[in-house]
Design a protein around this ligand. Structure first.
Ligand code: ADP
Ligand code: MG
Length: 239
């Protein structure tokens, strides 16, 4: 390509997340190896929300952990915002995870001895933000999620739905460009689950973060831009 042409070719927009040929298996030895992901591919554009709907045991958590750089794949590549990650050091992967990825677990994983506000402010302070700014953003996020009156509550003093909303605020505290959520409402009763999912989808839309959310709830999945499932270790697009 000539220089002239190069200058006039718009840069390809980078994807928020791409998995290319990701293989992940558990266990050692012939016959005992459990192949969970078998050359799985997935591409999520910036700002796009995708529901991952698949039966238990098919590898949703495995996929999310590999995509979130919490686990290594055996083969294949995970691109975060266009950057390949397989060959990076653990320190580099941790840095990307802190700066670019928010993760919500099925069980909130909040720190029990800290308040809601502290739990949300902490990832920002780890990133180097001053106490005051971190607290301010934490407060805004929690207020947005309807927890403005719960800032100084510890996790044990919150309901399940409230705990999960704090976990969502924490995941988004560093303004990541990719949000990964592993059955974030799986432990909640249907009504609370709907409330938490409302808050989650609203925040995803308001912030424009790309999201991959594992859920069993088809009604909730229908609100995402796309739906995918896992079949024989591959990611399949659903209508
Ligand atoms: P899902 O989240 O869809 O329920 P998982 O990704 O948790 O599925 O698990 C997929 C399969 O991999 C399951 O059969 C599970 O038992 C197995 N598995 C998950 N983690 C491990 C592990 N650390 N060691 C061995 N097997 C595992
Ligand atoms: Mg799971």
């Amino acid at each position: 390509m000539g220089l002239e042409q190069c200058l006039h070719t718009p840069p390809k927009p980078r994807l928020a997340l791409a998995l290319a040929g990701v293989v992940r298996s558990y266990g050692e030895g012939e016959g005992r190896k459990l192949e969970i992901l078998r050359a799985a591919d997935l591409a999520i554009a910036h700002g796009q929300s995708v529901a991952l709907v698949a039966p238990s045991g098919t590898g949703k958590s495995t996929l999310l952990h590999v995509a979130g750089l919490l686990e290594h794949s055996d083969e294949g590549e995970v691109f975060i915002d266009g950057q390949p990650t397989a060959q990076l050091s653990d320190a580099e992967r941790t840095r990307i995870r802190r700066l670019s990825i928010g993760f919500v677990y099925q069980f909130h994983h909040l720190l029990g001895e800290f308040t809601a506000l502290e739990n949300v402010a902490m990832p920002q302070m780890i990133r180097g933000l001053a106490h005051k700014e971190a607290n301010q953003r934490a407060e805004e996020l929690l207020a947005y999620l309807g927890l403005g009156e719960r800032l100084t509550h510890r996790p044990a003093e919150l309901s399940g739905g409230e705990q999960q909303r704090v976990a969502i605020a924490r995941a988004l505290a560093n303004a990541p460009r990719l949000l990964l959520a592993d059955e974030p409402t799986g432990n909640l009763d249907p009504k609370t689950s709907a409330h938490v999912f409302d808050a989650l989808t609203e925040l995803v839309q308001a912030t424009g973060v790309a999201a991959l959310i594992a859920t069993h709830n088809m009604e909730l999945a229908a609100r995402m831009d796309r739906r995918v499932t896992l079949r024989e270790g591959k990611v399949i697009e659903l209508p």
